[in-house]
Design a protein around this ligand. Sequence first.
Ligand code: FAD
Length: 391
Amino acid sequence: MPSPFTPEHQLLRESFRQFVETEIKPHVAEWEANKICDREVFRKMGERGFFGVSFPEEYGGSGMDMWSAVVISEELTKANVGGLAMSLYAHTYLPLPAICALGTEEQKQKYLVPALRGEKIAALGITEPGAGSDVGGITTTAEDKGDHFVVNGSKMFITNGTLADFILLAVRTGEGHNLSLLIFDTDTPGFSATPVHNKLGMHTSDTGQLYFHNCQVPKSALLGQKDMGFYYIMNNFQEERLIAAITGTASAEHALEKAKRYMHERQAFGRPIAKFQVLRHKIAKMAITVEACRSLSYRAVQEFIEQGPAAYRIISMAKAFVCEEAFYVVNEALQIHGGWGYMEDYGIARSLRDIRLMTVGAGTTEIMHEIISKIELDNVKHEKQLLKTRT
Ligand SMILES: Cc1cc2nc3c(=O)[nH]c(=O)nc-3n(C[C@H](O)[C@H](O)[C@H](O)COP(=O)(O)OP(=O)(O)OC[C@H]3O[C@@H](n4cnc5c(N)ncnc54)[C@H](O)[C@@H]3O)c2cc1C
């Protein structure tokens, strides 16, 4: 595959690389210790136009293609702070694509434009204490009161949950799969959020539990059509999963590069450990895995550019494969660092903690396998048709 990156992408890469050096890396230790990043990094990202690279120019974006999001993801991964990357993606690629695709002009001006500028922080609220993979099982309700909805319930594990100014919120508006999406302002009376701190990794990201108690939401907050939320969510997952695959690939490559460097530096039995064949072969297998991850995820990006969410087969494959394999690569990189890998000094310990989430978040590996096996075995034509008509 020839490089998909144009000179414009290259310029973006250089300018974002500089941003990562000056505005992100110096703050990582503080954010990880505080278990949250600050609002300032959102503002700076927005001010420099990095949130909007793949969004339309009319809403403050740069109008570039999805490869620009790949550039941002690859460079951000070099800061080795998965929690920040997750917070920034949960802002940009979880709620905003749906608002951009389905929102009214008023909604776009009110939420999309300030979010791309980094002036408002966004989150996506689907998961609940009792329902994650089973999106159709959510119980947070939005009762239709004529000119407004009344929202009651709670959400769990929501990235940017306590920082967010607005949340794209999945609510039940009827039986079965009759869900809807509301753009929910977090200053609505009856709303509260508490941080979830006891996480294995992704420490820089703000994870919240959200509570809704008789929250009155205007009808103008409805995104798209009432009761169509389930299908909107299924489409919206594609961008999130694509970003997960790209980030997983970049994280695996980052760990591989660290392991290679360390093997040349570290001496054992009177020689660099890079001389031991067993470790050399580990590197070979890790390098093959990274290339396979890149091929699959880049192909998924290309198909997404061509087909949008209808590319869900290859996106699900990339998400499942990369997230599992990235964990393998980072784990091997830690092994190559020996005891030092287990310490915080080389950053591999943090990489391992952070990468572990990838097979769970944005749809578990088992759910990806369910989607793929359905396509492979059952209803290819039927599902594709559904996705097209519901976009
Ligand atoms: C740090 C963090 C950040 C997150 N950020 C967000 C966010 O911003 N917004 C948001 O909405 N959610 C977020 N999530 C939630 C995340 O998407 C869910 O945790 C994930 O979808 C899994 O849901 P669950 O935890 O309820 O697990 P469950 O759905 O209960 O799954 C438990 C196990 O059962 C398996 N399983 C379930 N159903 C099936 C099936 N049909 N077939 C086979 N196996 C199955 C799963 O694969 C898993 O192994 C976040 C989670 C974490 C930990």
